[in-house]
Design a protein around this ligand. Structure first.
Ligand SMILES: [Zn+2]
Ligand SMILES: [Zn+2]
Length: 265
């Protein structure tokens, strides 16, 4: 973590302890001191569940369709077993993820981590994992930001469920441009060959849970999973805080929402 970032985060943390009664997203006073967000922010959270694609977790608009493979997964089977997310990338969750990346905030990463853990318990608690691997940042981006938000949100989960966090083995070897504004195909090209394993043997036979803040088209998760599969991982699941997009929604957040598309930023 760079010194500047460290002090910014320290100040944010001190402010949060001096003014514990503010919503970490919109800074309005919380009605209850132990609430994680204010009532309007809390109400804007849209937790995800069925109907969805059993593979990539893409949510479907029509409530009576039942789970079925989405078009993308029917055309090409993803290299991971399944991807799940806490909620839809919009409202307070989208705001929180943007803030987490661009304005360091200790209280916020803890509260977002609670949502990730909630999704883990709901979706993944029956599964066993040998390793939790956060999607890595390129070292240049890590130097600029001072922290990897995927590690911050994964930490409480690994502690509470006695899981092993491995944030050294999988590395981003190419500093890819941000995914924002790119089509699905361009995103895939953009991250192709971007990841590598320092010690591939440590992955062989392991059940891995990949963790990231947001999944948009899944290009980043697919590329990470491909890298892990080449090293013979036994199983790969993906868990993110947010999932962009509703299938066939009139305006897809991938192209129209300036906040989406930071999948790998
Ligand atoms: Zn709020
Ligand atoms: Zn799918």
């Amino acid at each position: 973590m760079s010194d500047t970032n460290f002090f910014r985060r320290l100040l944010a943390s001190l402010a949060a302890s001096v003014y514990p009664g503010l919503c970490p997203l919109c800074q309005t006073p919380l009605e209850k001191a132990d609430a994680r967000f204010c009532a309007p922010c809390e109400a804007s959270l849209i937790p995800l569940g069925p109907p969805r694609c059993p593979k990539c977790g893409e949510p479907f608009v029509a409530p009576d369709t039942g789970d079925h493979l989405c078009g993308n997964c029917s055309r090409r089977k993803p290299p991971f077993a399944r991807a799940r997310a806490y909620g839809l990338y919009q409202g307070a969750l989208a705001e929180g993820i943007k803030r987490l990346k661009f304005s360091n905030h200790f209280a916020l990463d803890r509260r977002l981590a609670v949502l990730l853990e909630q999704a883990f318990i709901a979706e993944m608690s029956g599964a066993a994992y040998d390793l939790i691997i956060p999607v890595p940042l390129h070292r240049k981006r890590l130097r600029q930001r001072g922290f990897n938000q995927a590690i911050l949100i994964a930490l409480p989960l690994t502690r509470h469920h006695h899981l092993r966090l491995d944030h050294h083995n999988l590395v981003r070897v190419r500093d890819t441009p941000p995914q924002y504004g790119l089509s699905r195909r361009q995103r895939e090209q953009n991250v192709k060959g971007a990841f590598s394993l320092q010690a591939p043997k440590a992955i062989a036979g392991r059940r891995v849970l990949l963790v990231d803040d947001i999944l948009t088209t899944g290009a980043t998760a697919r590329e990470c999973a491909r890298t892990l599969r080449r090293a013979k991982a036994a199983n790969i699941d993906v868990l993110t805080l947010a999932r962009a997009g509703m299938a066939r929604a009139p305006t897809g957040p991938e192209e129209s929402d300036p906040g989406a598309g930071e999948e790998e930023a």
